[in-house]
Design a binder for this molecule. Structure first.
Ligand SMILES: *Cc1c(COP(=O)(O)O)cnc(C)c1O
Length: 389
């Protein structure tokens, strides 16, 4: 299906039908698979055939999910994991070794930040952060032992963009792996491999499921790298359950439709809120006032479902705003059909020091909004009443 359009591949990529001729792919809830003859089992274990062996390795539902994401991202191969963090961790553990150095953007998902600061140093893996707004500084951070550049764009939660074309060129010039966490954008909006990324990671928990039901993760990219990740994953067991693969593969059928509505709603809400007297800032990539609007236009199809507002009154104003919301939920999640409000300074990013928070653009008045699929007027109405009009 690789010559089909994105929307068609998302629906028509399907695991081989069974003799029962089912229309929609069934759920393969089985931990292992059987062999007709001892020789078949030997050949599967030796890697001479790709017969299914055991669901910690691979399973038909995982295969379908992986195939779809590979087509969407333009990747050669992939490995599906039990969560987005399992994808991040499995990638690091299988490709980084003691003595290696990683360059990462400073605003990254809180748990990834904790991996860099707390665990990787214990295994002799060091890192340097570049300021998200200063990609020109990346080259100064490169050392002889730099093995990987890791980044997210748009960043969480402050919504800053990183020029993928620029970083892709630096990575290639210095022969360093480029790994992009593409969770916020999804492959419908942005395909980092086009700009030179070697691997793309997703928390499928977010927009890929899109309905806040299951945890999942995936890493896709160059075949030889995925092979390393797969071999490590099949030994250590971060594999995605077939049930979650089945859910996620079905969810991908509607990814483009959902993302279009998320983006339309977010652009509408952001446009309407710009200039509101209670706010000092409204940040959304496709607002012409956005400081990196040109990068957004270059590498993203649309602005995504995440925006931020900054309340003038700081912490008190932000908590008051959350407490007055009627429909919109307070939750750490994002990428759900339901609109969600989060106060990063007191929740998802509370582990950062106040200085670190300031450096990555998380002020006490910052609210992250994950704009859902409700009617845009109902979303806006709830925000306006919680702002006190
Ligand atoms: C949520 C998230 C993760 C982690 O994913 P889980 O599925 O929760 O483990 C990683 N990166 C980003 C950008 C995220 O938003």
């Amino acid at each position: 299906m690789t010559d089909s359009h994105f929307e068609t591949s998302a629906i028509r990529t399907q695991f081989d039908r069974s003799p029962n001729r089912e229309h929609s792919v069934p759920l393969y809830l089985t931990s292992s698979f059987i062999f007709d003859e001892a020789e078949d089992m030997r050949a599967a274990f030796s890697g001479e055939t790709d017969a299914f062996i055991y669901s910690r390795y691979v399973n038909p539902n995982n295969n379908e999910f992986i195939s779809k994401v590979c087509i969407m991202e333009g990747a050669e191969d992939g490995f599906a994991t039990a969560s987005g963090m399992a994808a991040v961790f499995t990638t690091f553990m299988s490709l980084l070794h003691s003595g290696d150095h990683v360059i990462s953007c400073s605003s990254i998902f809180g748990a990834t930040h904790a991996l860099f600061n707390k665990y990787l140093p214990a295994w002799g893996i060091t890192h340097s952060y570049f300021n998200t707004g200063n990609v020109g500084g990346i080259e100064d951070l490169i050392r002889e032992n730099t093995r990987m550049i890791f980044l997210e764009t748009p960043t969480n939660p402050a919504i800053e963009l990183i020029d993928l074309e620029y970083v892709g060129k630096i990575a290639r010039k210095h022969n360093i792996l480029l790994v992009v966490d593409n969770c916020f954008a999804t492959p419908w909006l942005q395909q980092p491999i086009r700009w030179g990324a070697d691997l793309v990671i997703h928390s499928a928990t977010k927009y890929m499921d899109g309905q806040g039901r299951v945890l999942g993760g995936i890493v896709v990219g160059r075949k030889e790298l995925i092979q390393e990740i797969y071999l490590f994953g099949r030994l250590t067991g971060p594999s995605l359950s077939p049930f979650n693969s089945w859910i996620l593969s079905k969810s991908l059928e509607t990814l483009s439709l959902r993302m279009e509505r998320h983006c339309d709603n977010a652009l509408y809400v952001a446009t309407q809120l710009e200039g509101h007297h209670a706010l000092s800032a409204v940040s959304y990539p496709m607002l012409p006032s956005f400081s990196q609007y040109d990068i957004a236009r270059k590498q993203m199809r649309a602005g995504g479902g995440i925006m931020t507002i900054t309340l003038k009154g700081g912490l008190d104003a932000a908590t008051g705003f959350l407490d007055r919301l009627k429909m919109i939920c307070i939750s750490p999640n994002l990428g759900d059909s339901r609109t969600i409000a989060t106060h990063p300074a007191s929740s998802t990013h509370c582990k950062l020091s106040p200085e670190e928070r300031q450096r990555v653009g998380i002020s006490d008045g910052l609210i992250r909004l994950s704009i859902g699929l409700e009617h845009q007027d109902d979303i806006l109405k709830d925000i306006l009443q919680a702002l006190g009009q």
